[in-house]
Design a protein. Structure first.
Length: 422
């Protein structure tokens, strides 16, 4: 009887959950989330529904485009490839691949066989390297929407979100790769929007391209943002743009910060992908071995903005301020040029205890997931060695649904926001 009553009580919200899962955008999902909160949904049942996720239909296979207009006028033309064997009942890996030659004046791809972008004359479309059976997304970039432009980041994230709402994509296996300028774009994404990606594989690129403001990269870069970024880096010995001897100092810099990486210099190789037949197996192995760690126990993030590019998974920087008593351990390691005030938080989690080192940050937020935190026990937060919070935190359906609407991720569900103002 009690079970039947429970089912009856939940029945009216089933259509609301259907609307939530059918949403085509985060904004539509947020509207549905608000309706669920008004309906008084229970946290644990809602968590279970979100964890299970939507039922995926039999969507289109083959190649097609996701298109929407850019601020400069031309349309983003994001090419999607879905294998014929795609099974909506099984989570599927997604490769996002960024092409080279992003400085061209229009979004139209270069001519087939354009060797400047490292593509053979027999390639079906530019800059594509044969891979395993998975879903592929090939975003489009050009001079007004380069891989290191804010609008381009929005385009890529929008395209991935759109695919996740249609196809059963494995959230733990969405990885980013790119060739030439595309490889440089991989570095930029890692430094600005890391929450989505399982691994990063820049091929024939260089982080030096986005080193200084004169190169047109939006925002400032901070090396410590790479600390949770698994990198697989390939460069050619005789590359006329980014040869191995120019890239090796960057590798040493990464290693000095503890960035997890594999570097695969290619003897005798130029600015092309002639090495792919022999490099493909270790490349694919790296991807397989690096599923995304959704709730890492340690995070580091630095930003000069609080409206955007201020989040790394469960850590958000909300407010900046110059701090007269700076945390001396959080020093800049050079390489990038900085013109603006930035704030940094390094935080570790051990059970329900968070230990944060903070510099020039007035407030930050910890997103607490039932998969990482025991809500039945007190949560403790230390900031620069001083107590900042101690107490129990209540699971909140509104918070759960708000972040689920935004992130569209069955594996990263947050039951509470804990704002810390040290």
């Amino acid at each position: 009887m009690a079970f039947a009553a429970s089912l009856s009580a939940q029945a009216p919200v089933d259509p609301l959950f259907d609307t939530f899962f059918a949403a085509e955008t985060p904004a539509e999902a947020q509207t549905a989330a608000e309706q669920l909160v008004v309906a008084g949904v229970d946290f644990d049942r809602t968590y279970a529904r979100l964890k299970k996720g939507r039922v995926y239909g039999d969507e289109k296979r083959g190649e097609y485009s996701l298109r929407w207009k850019s601020k400069s006028g031309p349309f983003f033309n994001n090419i999607v490839e879905v294998p014929a064997a795609y099974d909506p009942a099984k989570p599927t890996q997604l490769r996002v691949q960024l092409h080279g030659g992003v400085g061209r004046p229009s979004p139209n791809p270069p001519a087939r066989g354009d060797q400047s972008s490292g593509v053979s004359a027999t390639a079906r479309t530019p800059n594509r390297i044969e891979g395993e059976q998975q879903i592929y997304l090939h975003p489009s970039g050009w001079a007004a929407a380069q891989w290191w432009d804010e609008e381009q980041i929005d385009n890529i994230l929008r395209a991935v979100d759109t695919l996740k709402r249609k196809y059963n994509i494995d959230e733990s296996r969405i990885y980013l790769t790119g060739i030439s300028d595309g490889g440089t774009g991989v570095y930029y994404m890692a430094l600005k929007e890391p929450a989505l990606w399982s691994s990063y594989l820049p091929l024939n690129g260089s982080i030096a391209v986005i080193r200084g403001p004169q190169n047109g990269a939006d925002g400032e870069m901070y090396g410590n943002n790479l600390m949770n970024v698994p990198l697989y880096i390939v460069n050619g010995e005789l590359d006329n743009l980014y040869p191995v001897d120019q890239v090796e100092p960057h590798i040493k810099w990464f290693q000095s910060m503890g960035v997890p990486l594999v570097f695969r210099p290619q003897p005798g190789a130029g600015h092309n992908t002639a090495w792919w037949p022999t490099e493909r197996e270790p490349y694919e192995k790296f991807v397989r071995e690096h599923a995304r760690v959704t709730h890492p126990a340690k995070l580091s993030w630095e930003t000069e903005r609080t409206d955007k590019f201020n989040r790394n998974r469960w850590l958000i920087i909300n407010e900046l301020r110059p701090d007269a008593s700076r945390e001396t351990e959080l020093k800049d390691r050079g390489f990038f040029q900085h013109l603006k005030l930035s704030g940094r938080v390094d935080v570790t989690r051990d059970g329900n205890t968070f230990d944060a080192k903070v510099r020039d940050v007035a407030a930050f937020t910890l997103l607490l997931s039932p998969d990482a935190v025991d809500f039945s026990k007190p949560v403790t937060v230390m900031v620069n060695g001083n107590p900042a919070f101690s107490g129990t935190v209540k699971k909140d359906p509104a918070t759960l649904l708000r972040w689920a609407a935004r992130d569209n991720d069955r594996t990263a569900l947050y039951g509470a926001e804990l704002r810390i103002a040290p």
